[in-house]
Structures are given as structure tokens and as C-alpha cells.
Design a protein around this ligand. Structure first.
Ligand SMILES: [Cu+2]
Length: 151
């Protein structure tokens, strides 16, 4: 009979004969390389999301002691760490070039301020003279973050 013979040599029979996967032994050096690259990527990711990116950028002092700095909003805040003097008014100008709705708002929880940031525009927030401290700010979803450092 022809039919049983065809079935015996068909795909089902072959699949039964071969395992679905097999272990390919790799050299120890390659295993170590994969582990090291993985750890480096984890460290980089932690630094990217949680690290302090540099010492921050200081606001410039303009006329009548008003400090000012422009922050570019593009996937994040640049600079994300702003340094300014406490006890003096400060103007933060956010220039948004990122179309993502994620960054359409910036929130300063400590000052109870929420700022809408229109696309391709600069929106300013003026803060009164404030006590020294670390004042975080973030986008509407608390995903993009920055820090205002007054000292
Ligand atoms: Cu967001």
C-alpha cells in the first residue's frame, strides 16, 4: 500500500524523530561575554533612568536679579537638572519640540503649578523667591522628570 508508506516518511514522522530544540555547547568566553554585555546594559539603563546626569546647569542671572533658564523639551528635559539661587525669583522657560503628548504638561508638585506646553513654543513659569531645596518636576504622567535645585 502506498498511503501508509507516505505517512511513515511524512513531516509528522520526522518531527517525532528530531527533538524540537537541541543544546549547542558554547565556549566559556562567549557565555561570559553575553553575561558581561547584559550587566553593562542593565547598568546603563539604571543610569539613564535613575542616575544624576552631570551636576546640572545653572540659571543665568538677568536684570533685577531675575534668574532665567531655557529648558528644551525633547524626549526629556534638557537640562534635566537645573541649579539656581534660592531667595531670588526664577523664570523657567520650557521650549517644547517633542510632539509626544506625554510632555504636553509639566508639573511642579511643590509649587502646585501645572504648565501646559504647546508644541514648538516657549512657555514660561515664574517662581517667586523660594527656600533652598530640591524640587522635582515631571510630565503629566510622571514619566519624564527633572529637578530644580535651589541653593
Ligand atoms: Cu509623560
Amino acid at each position: 500500500m502506498v498511503l501508509p508508506l507516505l505517512m511513515a516518511g511524512g513531516p509528522a514522522a520526522r518531527a517525532a524523530a528530531e527533538p524540537l530544540w537541541r543544546t549547542v555547547e558554547q565556549p566559556l568566553g562567549l557565555k561570559l561575554l553575553v553575561v558581561v554585555v547584559g550587566l553593562v546594559l542593565i547598568a546603563w539603563e539604571l543610569w539613564w533612568f535613575l542616575g544624576r546626569h552631570g551636576g546640572g546647569v545653572a540659571a543665568r542671572v538677568g536684570e533685577q536679579g531675575l534668574q532665567g533658564i531655557t529648558i528644551t523639551v525633547d524626549g526629556g528635559y534638557a537640562p534635566a537638572r537645573i541649579k539656581a539661587m534660592a531667595g531670588r525669583p526664577l523664570r523657567l522657560s520650557f521650549h517644547r519640540i517633542d510632539p509626544s503628548g506625554c510632555v504636553a504638561q509639566v508639573i511642579f508638585p511643590d509649587f502646585h503649578k501645572t504648565l501646559d506646553l504647546p508644541m514648538n513654543a516657549t512657555t514660561s513659569l515664574e517662581l517667586p523667591p523660594t527656600e533652598p531645596g530640591i524640587y522635582p518636576f515631571h510630565c503629566g504622567m510622571n514619566m519624564v522628570r527633572g529637578v530644580l535645585e535651589l541653593e
